[in-house]
Design a protein around this ligand. Structure first.
Ligand SMILES: *[C@@H]1O[C@H](CO)[C@@H](O)[C@H](O)[C@H]1NC(C)=O
Ligand SMILES: *[C@@H]1O[C@H](CO)[C@@H](O)[C@H](O)[C@H]1NC(C)=O
Ligand SMILES: *[C@@H]1O[C@H](CO)[C@@H](O)[C@H](O)[C@H]1NC(C)=O
Length: 510
């Protein structure tokens, strides 16, 4: 990845211990008192107003548009056919594997795939993974609230044994039990990217002695390299086949997709519940194309990047305060100037900047843009800039009724699941910062040969630093810099994630 530090940014890892010294506390309480007088964090200054003025008046040729929206060519790779292996369930289970997964939805997703692989390596029975509550996302939804557990167990039934809950005799093995003291059944020291042999040497004996092993932490604890092909294929099978969202998430996602594709049909009928809507859309004419923009511009991301986003002094103070509260100020990026960070491509793009990127790529003002995001830092003012460029912008909120959203409101993982689902059905997907969601989408869409724009962050940072660049030059540089970044298949290299680069492990040459 271009941006290792962003992909590896894991808010959950950082304790939220508040250890402000008195002076800082005083300083920041003054700052927040003044910002509360001005909830909009002061006027958000447009950083690139000259480019924006030109972008609003942009014109895109029909040829450019048709190239932009055309699907990817067949690259000779596709998902491997189901291998007709005889069922390979071990005759006897070595015991139960329990994992506790932190991170947001997409990090947990990879953890689930790895857990299945580890259970297979050990001939163990997997307990449905426990999803920790993340301090940033604060969603207590469990596996069964998010993923279709019956489907999960059924798809994997010939590969491993899975139980929803531990049997009575092991019911003591809980998160609370492990939080209270050091326990012999807990594996606490799994190395990052541990090998299969490590699991056989270090976890199998625990299983054999106690009948159970609880692994925590578990994120990123299984290597991507030198594993038997059947284990790699199994990871792909979990990620791309076994993990599907619960029916109500899929139904809501389908309703949103239908409203994006057939806006004329849904005008005026927003009061209807998706459950009553006709789903026979396959033979309908005139489907519109749409692009999903994942805007990971939440406060934690903005603060952690330590970049300047043009919100002036109050914004800087608010972000510094957040860094202090969540990471006690220990944020590597804060040693660098904004200019240094930008020229290295280390700043997540603001709505304004990703809007300029999309406009430069040729998306015109008729583009249907679905905004996948959580809480955009700087809120409405920042979104307004994007809407100036893309008036037909939609989101979960604009497309669904309050009733429809009731089951997911306030639940970050379920909201992210809806965005993932819609993202998987879009003609084009693009993310404004290369984190876990971006990587998960790049991988899943590569697997299905779908177009995905990977922003060239360093190039964009450098272009945005140039205050005298003209629109035509900007546009040309953007187009050239993204020519080979639209979903072309790239084979996984050693150490790279199988979930971001599914070829060649999960894909076969047609
Ligand atoms: C798992 O089971 C297979 C056969 O079912 C056996 O060949 C393999 O050695 C077992 N591995 C472990 C770690 O028990
Ligand atoms: C797009 O721009 C053109 C020309 O500037 C304008 O006429 C049209 O109304 C705009 N479309 C939308 C959906 O705003
Ligand atoms: C900014 O862009 C202009 C026009 O393309 C170019 O001439 C100039 O060298 C650039 N400046 C920097 C610092 O890159």
């Amino acid at each position: 990845m271009v941006l290792n530090h962003l992909s590896h940014y894991q808010p959950h890892r950082l304790a939220s211990r508040a250890s402000l010294c008195f002076l800082l506390a005083l300083f920041f309480s003054l700052a927040s008192a003044s910002s509360s007088l001005n909830p909009g964090l002061g006027a958000i200054k447009l950083r690139h107003s000259r480019l924006l003025r030109s972008a609003v008046q942009r014109e895109t040729s029909p040829l450019q548009l048709s190239n932009l929206w055309s699907p990817l060519e067949n690259r000779g790779w596709k998902a491997c056919d189901k291998h007709s292996d005889v069922p390979s369930l071990p005759e006897k289970s070595e015991g139960y594997i329990q994992v506790f997964l932190d991170g947001g939805l997409n990090q947990q997703r990879m953890g689930i795939c790895d857990a299945v692989a580890v259970a297979k390596i050990l001939n163990a029975t997997l307990v449905i993974p426990y999803l920790e509550v993340n301090p940033v996302w604060r969603d207590s939804s469990s596996f069964v609230d998010i993923f279709d557990v019956d489907h999960f167990i059924d798809v994997l039934k010939d590969d491993i044994s899975i139980v929803r809950e531990l049997p009575e005799e092991f019911s003591w093995s809980t998160r609370e039990y492990y939080a209270a003291a050091i326990r012999e059944t807990r594996i606490k020291s799994a190395p990052v990217h541990a090998t299969a042999q490590w699991y056989l040497d270090s976890v199998l004996p625990v299983l054999q002695s106690y009948g159970i092993a609880a692994i925590s932490p578990f994120s990123h604890r299984l290597t991507y390299d030198n594993l038997p092909m059947d284990i790699q294929r199994l990871r792909c099978k979990v990620n791309f086949q076994a993990l599907v969202f619960v029916p109500h998430i899929r139904a809501l996602g389908d309703a949103l997709i239908s409203r994006l594709r057939y806006p004329q049909d849904s005008a005026g009928e927003m009061g209807t519940n998706y459950l009553q809507e006709s789903t026979e859309t396959s033979d309908r004419k005139g489907a519109r194309k749409f692009v999903v923009l994942h805007l990971r511009f939440d406060k934690d991301m903005a603060a952690h990047s330590a970049c300047d986003f043009g919100g002036g002094k109050l914004e800087k103070l608010a972000l510094a305060k957040y860094r202090q509260r969540i990471w006690q100020g220990r944020v590597l990026n804060s040693q660098f100037t904004d200019e240094e960070l930008r020229s290295q491509g280390r700043c997540p793009m603001t709505p304004e900047e990703i809007g300029l990127l999309l406009a430069a790529l040729g998306f015109d003002n008729n583009t249907r843009l679905y905004l996948a995001s959580h809480k955009v830092f700087g809120g409405g003012a920042r979104i307004a800039t994007l809407r100036d460029l893309f008036p037909l912008m939609e989101s979960k909120k604009s497309l669904a009724t309050a009733d429809e959203r009731a089951l997911i409101t306030g639940k970050a993982s379920l909201l992210a699941a809806v965005d993932y689902y819609v993202g998987m059905h879009s003609d084009i997907f693009i993310s404004a910062s290369p984190g876990n969601m971006h990587n998960a989408m790049v991988g899943h869409r590569t697997y299905l040969n779908m177009k995905t724009v990977r922003p060239n962050m360093a190039l964009m940072g450098q272009l945005f630093l140039n205050k005298s660049i003209e629109w035509s030059e900007f546009q040309q540089a953007v187009v050239e810099g993204h020519r080979n970044r639209q979903g072309e298949l790239r084979l996984r290299r050693p150490k790279q994630s199988i979930y971001t680069y599914p070829a060649p492990d999960c894909m076969c040459q047609a």
